[in-house]
Design a binder for this molecule. Structure first.
Ligand code: PLP
Length: 238
């Protein structure tokens, strides 16, 4: 087994362990391997281990990788990073999922481009659950009003919410972010009578805690593929 395959298996076991602690089924939780900075050959290893959808945070890198891996018929890409309007067209071409929607301008642009391509896109609304200035995402109290407007965009399949929790070893502060997400989702479900099933939260350092707090998707990079600190490891040399 490759180290990527064995790391993936290990993360799946940790996911199952966290789920069991709160009486959840492991199949309620999707592991999204995050392959940013990693070469296409590494993505192939994860593909060989059974994974089909991969997370990338930069459009240019993701789209270049999608091109190199276009021989793999059923591979799918999730863009998980903040998007500028001028990149919407590219995302509409190759992505299956976009987890970082936080503006109507982007929603409108994506919808327009998707209609043109005859494609659809699964979408998660990003929430700034920590209140940190430097974080992308909508403030929790603006989410309900924002989501009212999304029904205008036929090519967007709005599935749920995404967040990056505060980056700290203080579990209580991290858990507080996940609690905000559960509160926002409950509010949206009240308004809509259901839906909003996806809660994408949890990364290498906090995915087990996220699962204990209801995550349905965990985005894990370094714990599978090793760290990405050395710029020389980056693909394609960016
Ligand atoms: C990079 C990234 C991840 C994965 O982080 P790791 O610490 O490598 O697990 C998750 N979500 C987003 C939005 C990211 O950019």
């Amino acid at each position: 087994m490759s180290s990527v395959a064995s790391n993936l298996a290990l993360i799946e076991r940790r996911i199952a362990g966290a789920a069991a602690r709160v009486d959840r089924r492991p199949d309620e939780i999707r592991l999204l391997p995050v392959t940013k900075t990693k070469a296409p050959e590494i993505v192939r290893e994860a593909y060989a281990a059974g994974y089909r959808r991969f997370g990338e945070n930069k459009v240019q890198e993701a789209s270049a990788k999608a091109e190199v891996l276009s021989d793999v018929a059923d591979i799918e890409w999730a863009v998980i990073g903040h998007l500028q309007t001028n990149k919407a067209r590219e995302v509409a071409r190759f992505a299956t999922e976009f987890q970082a929607l936080d503006s109507l301008r982007i929603a409108k642009e994506l919808d327009k481009r998707l209609q043109r391509e005859g494609r659809r896109l699964e979408v998660l609304v990003q929430i700034n659950s920590s209140g940190e200035d430097q974080k992308f995402g909508l403030p929790p109290n603006e989410v309900a009003a924002f989501t009212r407007e999304l029904s205008d965009f036929d090519a967007l399949d709005v599935r749920g919410l995404m967040t990056l929790a505060v980056f700290t070893n203080d579990h209580e502060r991290v858990a507080a972010c996940f609690d905000v997400m559960n509160r926002v989702r409950a509010e949206l479900r009240d308004l809509d009578g259901g839906g909003w099933d996806e809660l994408s939260m949890g990364m290498s350092g906090d995915f087990e805690l996220a699962i204990e707090h209801g995550a349905t998707c965990v985005r894990v990079g370094q714990a599978i593929f090793g760290d990405r600190l050395d710029p020389n490891d980056y693909w394609p040399g960016i």
